[in-house]
Unconditional design. Structure first.
Length: 274
């Protein structure tokens, strides 16, 4: 199924004016704001109910699929690992309660709400302790991969991170105490610069010093002199990405590895374009 999400009456009316091909109704979700403040209708505003009702009035052209929200403010928490996880659970509770309450309010108005959907990777990984009553879908973005950012938010452990960017050592600069690798921001994006763009798997002594377009520099984590004999030219290193969404988007395919972490057993094409 192909779904459309709207949060403004003008967008909704534009959709309703365009009859879908072959008579198949548009499947339309109403986006609601659960405290993130980015987009979505106000679930306490009577006009939000009117938008949902408007969808139910245009049978044959549109079908009201339900409501959806995204607790993106779960990414904003800072503190110790335990504190962050606790704060994320609080955000998850606010997200779920806001969506469930809006769904209940619509049903009280006689509007069928097939889906009450929530989701961010942090709030999916640390859901509210009181449960998810009134919720029947979760839509976390990078839950299947995880990344270093999610580890820092308490969503996962390092062992749960399921994606890597592979790079090769292509230069030694002992006087500068730097390694050159064939991984620039075209390979892993520049998101997470303050956190070294992620983590070099199995090499706590290395961190990314900077990225150019097609090349990057690695330095020692704490300023110690690197033993360049450990990294001959051609050595493969693997970056655990800071944000798997941004890093993966830089590529056109994913190579799926066997348990030995070296044998490619499948290749997944990445969908580009929005």
């Amino acid at each position: 199924a192909f779904h459309i999400t709207v949060d403004h009456p003008d967008a909704l009316e534009a959709i309703l004016l365009r009859a879908p091909a072959m008579g198949k109704p548009w499947s339309v979700f109403l986006m609601m704001d659960c405290g993130y403040g980015r987009d979505g209708v106000d679930p306490t505003d009577p006009d939000s109910i009117l938008m949902a009702r408007r969808l139910t009035e245009k049978t044959g052209v549109a079908a009201f699929a339900g409501i959806y929200t995204h607790g993106g403010h779960s990414y904003d928490h800072e503190g110790t690992e335990g504190d962050i996880a606790s704060k994320v659970r609080e955000t998850a509770s606010e997200e779920a309660q806001a969506a469930a309450a809006f769904g209940k309010r619509l049903r009280e108005e006689g509007i069928d709400v097939p889906v009450v959907g929530i989701g961010s990777t942090p709030t999916c990984s640390n859901p509210p302790l009181q449960g998810l009553q009134g919720i029947n879908e979760m839509h976390p973005g990078n839950y299947c991969y995880y990344d270093v950012m999610q580890e820092r938010l308490g969503s996962c452990t390092e062992e749960d991170i399921a994606v890597r960017v592979v790079t090769r050592v292509i230069g030694h600069y002992p006087k500068k105490n730097l390694l050159l690798v064939d991984m620039g921001w075209t390979a892993c994006s520049k998101q997470g610069e303050a956190c070294g763009f992620g983590r070099i798997e199995g090499h706590p002594e290395l961190t990314v010093a900077g990225l150019k377009q097609e090349a990057g520099l690695l330095k020692s984590t704490h300023g110690q002199q690197l033993d360049f004999a450990k990294y001959p030219l051609g050595t493969q290193l693997r970056l655990e990405p800071y944000h798997s969404c941004a890093h993966t988007k830089q590529h056109d395919r994913i190579h799926v590895l066997a348990d030995d972490q070296n044998t490619v057993i499948d290749t997944w094409a990445i969908c580009h374009g929005w």
